[in-house]
Design a protein around this ligand. Sequence first.
Ligand code: ADP
Ligand code: MG
Length: 388
Amino acid sequence: MKLHEFQAKEIFGKAGIPVPGGQVATTVDQAEEAVRSIKGPPWVVKAQVHAGGRGKGGGVKVVNDPKEAVAAAEAMLGSRLITKQTGAEGVIVNQVLIEEGVEIDRELYLSMVIDRAVSMPTMIFSKAGGMEIEEVAAETPELILKESLNPITGWMSSQARNLIYGIDPIPSKEAIRGLTSVMAKICNVFIENDCSLLEINPLVVTKGGEVIAIDAKMSIDDTAAFRQQELVKLDDPREKDPLELQAEQHNLNYIRLDGNIGAMVNGAGLAMATMDVIKAAGAEPANFLDVGGGANEDMIAKGFEIILQDERVEAILINIFGGILRCDVLARGVVAAAKKTSLSVPLIVRLEGTNVEEGRETLNNSDLDFFVAKDLAEAAELVAKQVS
Ligand code: ADP
Ligand code: MG
């Protein structure tokens, strides 16, 4: 689950990480009120969407006049913001953050993620803030510094020093104090809130040497939702893909991808292998739909309906290895969903495992039109043929 910038900044503020004064607005009236109560000029008006790259997409406006600030908020509210991370259709801006403009001397990068290679939360620090960190990592990897948070020792001041003294030029004494404090607090916020990602890009040093978090990204590990009820309340379903939302409500793992082949698979490993063979056959998956091991007929039907609702889908591949999920249950679910929503694209089925004969029979006895593949390679080839 992702939080909005303003929500993450509120958590930062409470944890003692300096953030600019700000107020969120969902209407023009609220924006006027926010501009009156926030210190400026300059003011910064920022679209609150779950996507980065807002600055370059017109979702961050720095203005010097209160009227301009309100006008910028008015223009953003209800509009579609397109950034590198949103896809071509963009996302609707439902709220804006109006905050104090900060006099920036340096833009640094600070984040914490789970590093699976070392099985520990790991802090990433770089002097190349304000840019896309993936590009920095690809082009100038020497500018990316890392220190892992060992759960036994905790965060150590020597680690903060390794990071801070590792950038060129070394920050001023005052900035070093600020950075040391922010790093220690980021570790606390990360652990206390069961984060999977915390990112401040940029973490700025002002002309006066103050260290302030200008941007804030925070993702919470969904498996910790049961003990993070306060954070769960901050969830904003409007930011999610509508099909992903439907899938979530039915306990299905669905992830939207960019291609045109809908795929329904059981088990994440098989799903990943299926994505690979689709790609190897020269086609592109439109989604990753893992119905899981214990799916019932309703879940299968819902999953199939979700794929059918996606207008980009030009062919569907069902690749099921029946184990706990039996092939007959799968077949009944598919037939039920296809009855509800008319099937207008080719369907390729590869079924194996428990009750496979019964499953095939159910499909054969339905009036569904489908191709049967004898193995995964043939399934992928059939799929690729349908769309090429
Ligand atoms: P995004 O990463 O989505 O583009 P940011 O919050 O990082 O959005 O803002 C983009 C840029 O806008 C920052 O790198 C910074 O230069 C500028 N900016 C954002 N907020 C402020 C602020 N409060 N004061 C001054 N500059 C800001
Ligand atoms: Mg940013």
